[in-house]
Design a protein around this ligand. Structure first.
Ligand code: NAP
Length: 520
């Protein structure tokens, strides 16, 4: 095999060639053949970072360090501990294929159990010695001379690595809108992803600003405590029932003792969810049907006169924003102490929220369910690549990455759950697994060919981006509605634009023509 540089026409290497083998088998073989073990720095101890660390461990590549800014792993599931927090993807699909859990207690997992699952992976795969907790990375800088990255922590210490894998994902920075008067508010305020568990909401007048995926989970819970609950909703959501229930003992026993049954169940869920992508196609007939049915089902609530159609029926096609599931949502709205306000929030008083119609709504506590800063991706971390290129400047607010993973001028740098890899219809862990497998193959390539740097070409980046944006134009997200899937210019920066099987196929081989390979 040649070292670096030249690539024969049509030459490509395939990743995890062996059926049933681990994605890191190729890297394992390369290391066993005497290739040097690359030093890998993983940033973030959420699902992505953990998956990468586990696969490196399984591949026998123990030269890695995982940096995590908080005091434990679990990422978004550590942050989002609000009441009612859980996942709308079924438990058996919301776990790694290489680290299954047979004894999930419910059909849809709750936050505590998901966090427990991710935490359990640390001893299970002996990741402890590789973790650097409470270590926030603020800067990552490429050195042309050494062909290595320097990572700087918030405390100012430095660490070097051959390869950096970012596991920061898309949903790690809570977004609180800059509403006039907020700093003078005399009550309590917090964001759903930074829930103040010491604050007692019993008997309080609570205002919730922002009604999305998180709010529909915590609102039914806090409605049991608050004296008065006012929901400031800018856009209505499509909310369907969540067919959740605890697993019976016999089911858990069957999954534990008959692993093939668990695998079959997982596959069944995967394909059922995968089929839902068709709803995201522009002018989808399924979407139109869904919209008609939804409007019809809500009609009786509107006819009571307690709700306007604006409060309940979205003015955008289904799927334009995440379709939500919660069986307790509409019953909660019907409680006498709960009200939905659709007028925009104008300002915040010392003890109230004032809407654009001039009405003052008294509140003791304001909870922000306003989501996350999603389109800035790695910010505020400063990533400096070749010739001083600053990643956020390169992107200029329009993040993009080849396969969602890699950006030209930022060699040996891989992103997990990067641009255009978010899903609205299936498990994000599936996407992360494909990205980790691809990255392992790149590491194998680097190790076998003694490469100093692998850098995706500008041509490949352009071609890929054009194709993705064309496909994006054919989706429901390109229609009039706004969402966190798009940047301020309307470019779809966050979502994967096709079926997940399409993504897997694209990542199933490395096309060497798309990469500049630089030998040591
Ligand atoms: P979100 O779904 O983005 O909802 C944020 C809400 O805040 C939206 O309703 C938005 O209104 C509103 N908002 C934003 N700025 C506002 C402002 N200035 N004034 C008034 N309202 C404002 O955020 P999230 O609920 O935290 O969920 C974020 C993502 O996390 C989800 O989409 C999902 O991917 C993930 N999540 C997943 C699950 C799960 O079960 N898998 C659960 C929770 C969260 P507009 O809609 O009008 O913009």
């Amino acid at each position: 095999m040649p070292f670096g540089g030249s690539v024969a026409a049509g030459e490509s290497i395939h990743r995890y060639h062996r059926r049933g083998g681990d994605p890191g088998d190729g890297l394992r073989d390369a290391l066993a053949d005497g290739a040097p073990s690359p030093e890998v720095a993983i940033i973030g101890g959420g699902a992505g970072g953990l998956a990468m660390a586990i696969q490196l461990q399984l591949a026998g590549c123990h030269t890695f360090t995982l940096f995590e800014k908080s005091d434990g792993v679990g990422g978004t599931w550590r942050d989002n501990s609000y009441p009612g927090s859980g996942c709308d993807v079924p438990s058996h699909l919301y776990s790694f294929s290489f680290a299954s859990k047979a004894d999930w207690t419910r059909k849809f997992p709750e936050q505590a159990e998901i966090l427990d699952y991710f935490e359990s992976l640390v001893p299970r795969f002996e990741l402890g010695p590789h973790l650097r907790l409470e270590t926030e990375i603020t800067e990552v800088t490429w050195s042309e001379e050494t062909g290595r990255w320097t990572l700087t922590t918030v405390q100012g210490s430095r660490h070097e690595a051959d390869v950096v894998v970012s596991g920061l994902g898309q949903l790690n920075r809570p977004y609180i809108p800059d509403i006039p008067g907020l700093s003078e508010f005399e009550g309590t305020t917090f964001h759903s992803a930074r829930w103040d568990h010491d604050h007692d909401l019993r008997g309080e007048r609570v205002g919730v600003i922002g009604i999305g995926a998180s709010a529909i989970q915590f609102v039914p819970r806090i409605a049991r405590e608050a004296r008065q609950l006012t929901l400031f909703q800018r856009s209505a959501n499509y909310v369907g029932p969540k067919r959740d229930r605890p697993f019976r003992r016999i089911e858990k026993l069957a999954f534990t003792h008959l692993p093939f049954l668990q695998r079959a169940y997982r596959q069944w869920i995967y394909w059922r969810y995968e089929a839902r992508f068709s709803l995201f196609k522009k002018n989808s007939r399924l979407g139109a049907y869904f919209q008609r049915m939804f409007t019809k089902l809500l009609q009786p609530m509107i006819e009571t006169g307690d709700f306007t159609s604006e409060a309940l029926v979205p003015d955008y096609p289904p799927g334009c924003r995440r379709i939500l599931t919660a069986s307790d949502w509409y019953p909660t709205l019907m409680q006498p102490h709960v009200s939905v306000v659709t007028e925009g929030v104008d300002k915040i008083g010392t003890r109230s929220i004032v809407t654009t119609d001039g009405v003052e709504h008294p509140v003791d506590t304001i909870i922000f369910g306003t989501g996350f800063a999603t389109t800035e991706f790695l910010a505020p971390m400063k990533v400096t690549g070749r010739r001083g290129a600053d990643l956020n400047e390169v992107w200029g607010g329009a993040a993009r990455a080849y396969l969602g993973l890699s950006i030209p001028q930022f060699p040996n740098f891989f992103m997990l759950y990067g641009p255009n890899t978010n899903l609205g219809h299936n498990s994000i862990l599936f996407m992360i697994e494909q990205q980790v497998a691809y990255t392992l193959s790149m590491l194998e390539l680097m190790a076998r060919r003694r490469l100093k740097a692998v850098d995706v070409t500008d041509v490949a980046m352009e071609r890929y981006d054009q194709e993705i944006q064309e496909l994006a134009g054919d989706t429901v997200w390109a229609e009039g509605c706004h969402s966190w899937y798009k940047n301020s210019e309307g470019r779809i920066t966050n979502n994967w634009v096709s079926y997940t099987v399409d993504y897997r196929k694209r990542l199933s081989k490395i096309d060497l023509h798309d990469w500049d390979l630089e030998p040591v």
